[in-house]
Design a binder for this molecule. Structure first.
Ligand code: ASP
Length: 366
């Protein structure tokens, strides 16, 4: 009751674009999740009906795993971790099994994860040996004093953490080997091969209103010299903040790093309403110790769907202006979950506590 009263006060403080959330909340609590399996030139004439069905099944499975955890009251962190593990284990995606090869015909995996409730984060770059790289990102976050580890040191940390290890050939699939061999024999260019980015990612809001984001990838086919993309870079490929949104990106990583895409989108959302929150907080009564009896949370405010979409689209348009291709998935503290991409398609899916659940590939699908 107190919550809804103050939500209404808050609403009045910023009429028009801010809405109270409390009335619409279903009993079990609101949650939402969005996933991606990469963006690119995903057009109907480039994908067989069998592959189309296989990818949709993989996306549906990953989405169902995350949705179940959220629906059971689990955390956004646990939901996105399990979702990403499922896609890392699927050879259709460029993450874990099925990762692309480097110029030296090795696999160097990049990954990151972020918890929006306290802005804690973990990342690992240029790793191999770990079966599920996202678990290493999470271990870096949970069990090290650092945010990002790389190369052999990160591999050693993974072993010390007792994470499941695999031999180097585990990641290989005939399709990825053929891709690197065609690239190295100069039959095709890197641009031809990376017409679809198969990186995986997930973002979610749980029933406590906490946000989380994670991304995992093999990077770009034929990468050299220890190249690291945006996926393990907090703020570029991954970002989560309870005050604004959770983002996971896929595409030409160099451009996502240069624009700080994930953080940029979250910041544009966050700065839309702090003044209104501060104003609403002033209206909350204080207890005998002078402390507020209730702290206004960002989730009591809402940016409408169109505004969130516009902010995401604006940043992706800027990415395109620089020359970058790809897209992002987003989740917000108001339960929205969606996408923005400048490529013909994106492997994607989303689900909410309201019962919506869908997966899509091509740009003209919802
Ligand atoms: N963003 C990744 C990278 O640049 C590639 C991808 O999304 O597939 O490493």
């Amino acid at each position: 009751m107190i919550r809804s009263t103050f939500a209404v006060i808050a609403m009045l403080c910023w009429a028009g674009t801010v809405m109270a959330q409390t009335e619409a909340e279903p009993e079990k609590g609101r949650w939402s999740i969005a996933i991606h399996g990469g963006a690119g030139t995903l057009e109907r004439d480039r994908i067989t009906p069998e592959k189309d069905a296989e990818i949709r099944a993989a996306l549906n499975q990953a989405l169902a795993i995350g949705s179940k955890i959220l629906d059971d009251g689990g955390s956004a962190m646990d939901a996105i971790t399990a979702t990403i593990v499922s896609m890392e284990n699927d050879p259709n995606f460029n993450a874990g099994k099925g990762a692309v090869f480097t110029w030296d015909r090795t696999n160097e995996l990049d990954t990151s994860i972020m918890d929006g409730s306290d802005l804690s984060a973990g990342a690992a770059a240029s790793i191999n040996g770990t079966k599920n790289p996202i678990l290493l990102a999470r271990a870096v976050k949970d069990h090290s004093p650092h945010v990002m580890l790389s190369g052999e040191g990160a591999n050693q940390f993974s072993r010390e953490q007792g994470l499941e290890q695999v031999p180097p050939e585990y990641y290989a699939t005939p399709y990825r080997l053929e891709q690197i061999d065609r690239l190295l024999s100069k039959e095709v260019s890197a641009a031809d091969i990376d017409y679809k980015f198969g990186t995986v990612g997930a973002v979610a809001m749980d029933s406590q209103g906490h946000m989380a984001a994670g991304t995992s990838t093999g990077g770009m086919t034929g990468k050299r010299w220890g190249r690291i993309g945006d996926s393990p870079v907090i703020g570029a490929g991954t970002y989560a903040d309870d005050r604004s949104c959770a983002i996971s990106a896929t595409g030409s990583g160099e451009y996502f790093i240069r624009l700080g895409v994930a953080h940029e989108i979250c910041t544009r959302i966050r700065i839309r309403f702090p003044a209104a929150i501060a104003e609403a907080q002033l209206a909350v009564p204080k207890d005998s110790d002078g402390n507020y009896t209730y702290v206004i949370h960002a989730s009591e405010f809402m940016l409408p769907d169109e505004e969130i979409q516009q902010i995401a689209d604006d940043v992706i348009a800027e990415l395109g202006t620089l020359g970058g291709d790809g897209g992002i998935i987003y989740a917000t503290p108001w339960g929205q979950a969606g996408y923005s991409f400048n490529t013909p398609g994106m492997y994607r899916g989303r689900a909410t506590s309201g019962g919506e659940a869908s997966v899509a590939i091509y740009g003209d699908e919802q």
